[in-house]
Write a protein that binds this ligand. Structure first.
Ligand code: BDR
Ligand code: CA
Length: 343
């Protein structure tokens, strides 16, 4: 079993990542913690709870930690993920509530209770993780592995010309997290899935069609560029309907920014790395995060050659295998959708 602490800002690609993890019988989700980013922390938590309910796993605990980034006001992105964070998908209000405890404290308790056993997966701004590291500086050694979606290295940003979204939302948190890992043994350094490799995980309408077919949907699930914006899925399998409605919004967003009718599902790759199902290569580096206000705020720079004379603080993914990721993710989610069945 891979035991995962999952911190996200659900978010369309976070949602797909969560569903993927829930689809893997070999993954135990110890806690889903909700960080403000794509939408507010409360909305992230509602989305997480609603998705857990949809996937038949309402018993998985969800918690909220920080309500805003460490030092700057929260900026959300409804244009990327929709007003509620799940694109066009609308889920019934979840019956379960978030835990009545701070996500940061729950992370620390879980890591102390299971030393060396937990994988931390972070697909949101690093606010909660930075707060956890302040309270428990031994976390890098208590956790088995840390996987982060964030940053971009010598590759253009998706939020400013040089900054990636998660890092731009809370650059101070990202800087604290990388500082906390500087000097740790190499096998403890976070595995960083940054834009130069996560944008290769490019989802196309054909992937949605294949997912629905493998899930046993009666009709082909066609999400087409020529469809009127916002058309809703009529798939007979609720999980497929939800994912299709969410992804249609993400396709339209990417097209709006001249990237084509595609969707970069960054967080899904990070989830597959955390679950141990993705092949990848890494390079160790010392990461610097620019925190000073100005056009470069949130920019991440990697020193791969030790030119700063500082110890490494990250293992940055340098290669991944997108077709294999899609084979794995589509196969696993469609099997879950089949188990859950039709309306
Ligand atoms: C990251 O930003 C968010 O909008 C996505 O969910 C992903 O985690 C990509 O830059
Ligand atoms: Ca995210």
């Amino acid at each position: 079993m891979t035991k995962i602490l999952f911190d996200n800002d659900t978010g369309i690609d976070d949602a797909l990542a969560l569903v993927y993890l829930l689809s893997r019988p070999q993954v135990e989700l110890v806690l889903v913690s909700s960080t403000p980013g794509n939408v507010s922390a409360e909305q992230v938590a509602r989305n997480n709870l609603a998705l857990l309910q949809l996937c038949g796993r309402p018993e998985v605990d969800v918690a909220v930690g920080a309500a805003a980034p460490l030092e700057i006001p929260l900026v959300t992105t409804p244009e990327t993920h929709g007003p509620q964070g799940l694109g066009y998908a609308e889920l019934p209000p979840p019956p379960r509530q978030v835990l009545d405890a701070d996500a940061v404290d729950l992370w620390i308790e879980a890591a102390r209770r299971h030393p060396g056993e937990l994988t931390a997966l972070l697909t949101a701004p690093l606010t909660n993780f930075a707060l956890a590291l302040r309270k428990e500086p031994r976390l890098p050694r208590l956790l088995k592995q840390v996987v982060i979606m964030g940053g971009c290295f010598f590759y253009q940003g998706n939020t400013t010309p040089t900054a990636e979204w998660n890092t731009h939302v809370d650059p101070h948190a990202a800087a604290e997290v990388f500082a906390a890992f500087e000097g740790q043994p190499e096998d403890r350094l976070p595995i960083v899935c940054a834009l130069e490799t996560t944008e290769r995980i490019e989802l196309h309408p054909e992937h949605v069609e294949r997912l629905a077919r493998e899930a046993g949907c009666a009709e082909p699930e066609l999400v087409l560029p020529e469809d009127p914006a916002g058309r809703r899925s009529t798939a007979t399998v609720p999980l497929i309907r939800t994912l299709s409605d969410a992804l249609r919004f993400y396709f339209e967003f990417h097209r709006h920014y001249d990237q084509g009718y595609v969707a970069h599902v960054h967080d899904v790759f990070a989830a597959a790395v955390a679950a141990g199902t993705a092949e990848y290569r890494t390079r160790t580096a010392t990461v610097h995060v620019e925190t000073r206000p100005g056009p470069l705020v949130g920019t991440t720079v990697a020193d791969y050659r030790g030119l700063w004379g500082r110890a490494p603080n990250a293992r940055i993914v340098s290669w991944n295998d997108p077709p294999a990721v899609f084979d794995e993710v589509i196969g696993s989610i469609s099997a879950l959708a089949r188990r859950l069945g039709e309306d």
